[in-house]
Design a protein around this ligand. Structure first.
Ligand SMILES: Cc1cc2nc3c(=O)[nH]c(=O)nc-3n(C[C@H](O)[C@H](O)[C@H](O)COP(=O)(O)OP(=O)(O)OC[C@H]3O[C@@H](n4cnc5c(N)ncnc54)[C@H](O)[C@@H]3O)c2cc1C
Length: 415
């Protein structure tokens, strides 16, 4: 540690400073530290210690990301708390329609005994990430909000809100969609806000779901029912901003009645478990992912509509690719903050991110729409896909993230 000349305070030194200690930031720290224990890694998070325990969301984690989490020792504690998605059905109807015809079904594992995705409550994932980071000696600081950074010479200085300074050779911003570090780096973004809010809650039901996920396309957008461990499901319920505001403020009886209108009675009596929360949706794509001594990862680089449950999976793919690039550079004795090193990461990730952002945007525009001819056309398309097993297999592999050119960790290989 060095003393700061003006204040006499100690300046914390690290090789890599990660701003944002949620899913992507911590996963990246674990991946790099496991392969290169000699690197000092500091993770700074603005939230209070343990604030992540209040995240009500659950995530569909694709098979490729599961392989990585397994390789990094993160999956073993999560597996008993996760639910494999064995089947998926897609319906398309209006709320008042008496029946909801099923237009598309997916079922089966991607490999024998390997589901194409698993549902995990975010708090369980976060607990595993924090535990593993601590075991490996990653320094994680809570209530450490980064306010600015200066890149100079061979290093980078991160200034916290309380004036404290952290120094490193590379700064990685994993500070979410409203990334302050991205803004400080002068990286421009494309952003389009949807007039949609996702209402998230957990319901307990009488009957088992048998690992079945349901995506009901309703006029306001998708109403997703995602299986959790036990007789429970996580809901992501799209509504317009105005309607979501009304529902989030409604008393429990009204909320539960509205919920049941959309959910139906096929799983028996429903009971809300815990609270409800609203998340506004937007498409956001950063024009660049890197600058000298600076890289974006996760939602700071891209925010997509959760219609296909791929936002975090994209972030995990960033973490896997960036970790591979940094570990190789370290082993070759290269400067991990050099633009030439970081550009390899950008080249690897930018196109896939753009492709996924555009695909989810088109899907959302097509399905969150009550126009009768469009409804007929999309239902015809869904029905067609349903009759083509090879196309369904292709979509399952895509959803599982098992695609060519993937980083090693996503193939379950060590760095
Ligand atoms: C309703 C909903 C459902 C979703 N479902 C799925 C799904 O099923 N599957 C899937 O793959 N994805 C899903 N996603 C997307 C997924 O949640 C995000 O992609 C994921 O949270 C991104 O993780 P992250 O670590 O990049 O950023 P975040 O989770 O946004 O974390 C950013 C972290 O940075 C910290 N931070 C912010 N600013 C600062 C600062 N200045 N200094 C220090 N720390 C800072 C914050 O405290 C936070 O801890 C869903 C999203 C929503 C809204």
């Amino acid at each position: 540690m060095e003393a700061e000349p003006e204040t006499g305070k100690k300046t914390q030194q690290a090789d890599i400073i990660i701003v944002g200690g949620a899913y992507v930031g911590l996963c990246l720290a674990v991946a790099v530290k496991e392969a290169c224990p000699q690197l000092a890694i500091t993770v700074l998070d603005a939230g209070a210690a343990g604030a992540w325990q209040h995240d009500l969301r659950a995530s569909a984690i694709a098979a490729a990301a599961v392989r990585m989490l397994d390789r990094l020792g993160l999956w073993q504690p999560v597996l008993p708390l996760s639910e494999p998605i064995r089947e998926m059905i897609v319906t398309d109807s209006r709320l008042k329609d008496p029946v909801r015809p099923v237009f598309l079904t997916f079922s089966g594992d991607v490999e024998p005994h390997e589901a194409f995705a698993y549902m995990v409550e975010n708090r369980h994932l976060n607990a595993a990430l924090h535990k593993r980071a601590a075991e490996l000696g990653v320094r994680v600081e809570a209530e450490a909000k980064a306010a600015d950074f200066i890149s100079e010479g061979g290093g980078v200085r991160v200034i916290l809100h309380n004036g404290a300074v952290r120094e490193g050779r590379l700064l990685i911003a994993a500070d979410g969609a409203r990334s302050a570090m991205r803004e400080k780096a002068g990286i421009r973004i494309y952003r389009h806000a949807y007039n949609q809010v996702g209402i998230v809650c957990t319901v307990a039901h009488e009957k088992p779901h048998h690992g079945r996920a349901e995506e009901h396309f309703l006029p306001a957008g998708p109403f997703a029912v995602l299986p959790l461990k036990g007789n429970r499901s996580s809901l992501v319920w799209n509504e317009t901003k105005e309607e979501a505001k009304r529902l989030l403020a409604a008393d429990d009886l009204v909320f539960e009645a509205e919920l049941e209108r959309r959910f139906g009675r096929h799983l028996g009596h429903l009971r809300l478990e815990g609270g409800r929360a609203g998340f506004p949706f937007a498409l956001m794509l950063a024009r660049d992912f890197v600058r000298p001594r600076f890289a974006l990862a996760g939602d700071s680089a891209h925010g997509i509509h959760p219609i296909s449950g791929q936002g975090l999976n994209l972030g995990f793919r960033d973490a896997a690719a960036l970790a591979e690039v940094l570990v190789e550079a370290t082993r070759q004795g290269l400067d991990i903050g050099a633009l030439s090193v970081l550009e390899r990461y950008q080249a690897w990730r930018r196109f896939e991110t753009f492709r996924m952002g555009v695909t989810t945007d088109i899907l959302n525009r097509m399905f969150a729409n009550d126009c009768a001819p469009l409804r007929a056309a999309r239902d015809f398309g869904l029905g067609l896909v349903d009759r083509m097993p090879f196309l369904k297999r292709y979509f399952i592999k895509e959803a599982a993230g098992l695609i060519k050119g993937s980083p090693r960790l996503l193939l379950g290989q060590a760095l």
